[in-house]
Design a protein around this ligand. Structure first.
Ligand code: ZN
Length: 252
């Protein structure tokens, strides 16, 4: 019952995230003006704003000018719904659960904004900082010293990567990894970095081999960091155990 409720609630939040993802990188106000068609300015009526259902009902077109609406909007609504339901299933109505759905919302925005605009807005990073500090105080997880040392080392490491790569590795990525180190602590941040690097190299390799992008073309790293964060959020402990065993086998 609550699973369906959190799924529907997640879809509503997803509808709001769509607004953030569209307006934040364009320096538009998030609350005003109300939702409108970017082509003809048609004010979207409440019944045209129901997550996913309205999109299907309008057959993906603006009801006024018939301009095509990107299927990415209902996709983000569905994705948010699924991840919220997963968070409830895993953590139920606990502080950990509430904090998880907030960080999931921030991460979804970072994923789609970085993918399109190659930037990670500072306002989202500041929100992530607040959530990470809250988590530290409410759950004491990671412990204070773990968080402090992990965050420091992560920052120094990626700042070095940033300089050595001659800024090909973005400053936004340095900040994002540093804040995630604060959020996850040691050892989960280690797992997250490995997952992000492996998935990033794999996808970049496939895209280059398939001729979709050129060898020197920059690709945003943020989406890979977000993907790995969400995996770590739900399955971090289990994966870390497997990862440790794999390292042991390789060493012996
Ligand atoms: Zn329109």
């Amino acid at each position: 019952m609550f699973l369906i409720f959190t799924f529907l609630f997640g879809m509503l939040i997803g509808s709001f995230l769509n607004v953030v993802i569209y307006r934040l990188p364009r320096d538009e106000n998030i609350a005003f003006p109300p939702s409108h068609c970017p082509k003809c300015g048609w004010k979207i009526k409440p019944w045209e704003n129901i997550p996913v259902i309205s999109y299907l009902f309008l057959r993906g077109k603006c009801s006024s000018c018939k301009n095509k609406i990107s299927p990415i909007y209902p996709f983000i609504e569905l994705l948010t719904g699924v991840l919220f339901a997963l968070a409830y299933w895993k953590y139920s109505f606990t502080p950990q659960g509430y904090i998880s759905v907030i960080i999931i919302s921030i991460l979804i925005c970072i994923f789609f904004i970085d993918l399109e605009h190659y930037i990670i807005p500072d306002s989202l990073l500041v929100t992530l900082l607040i959530v990470s500090v809250l988590k530290l105080f409410i759950l004491n997880q990671p412990t204070f010293w773990n968080a402090l040392i992990t965050t420091g080392i992560t920052f120094l490491f990626f700042y070095l990567v940033y300089i050595l790569s001659k800024e090909k590795f973005g400053g936004g990525d340095v900040k994002l990894f540093t804040l995630l180190a604060l959020y996850f602590g040691w050892p989960l941040i280690n797992l997250l970095i490995v997952l992000a690097s492996v998935s990033g190299l794999l996808i970049a390799g496939i895209l280059i081999l398939a001729g979709i992008i050129k060898k020197d073309e920059p690709i945003p790293f943020g989406p890979f960091i977000v993907f790995s964060s969400i995996i770590t959020l739900f399955y971090g402990e289990e994966l870390w155990t497997i990862y440790e065993e794999m390292i042991l086998v390789l060493l012996l």
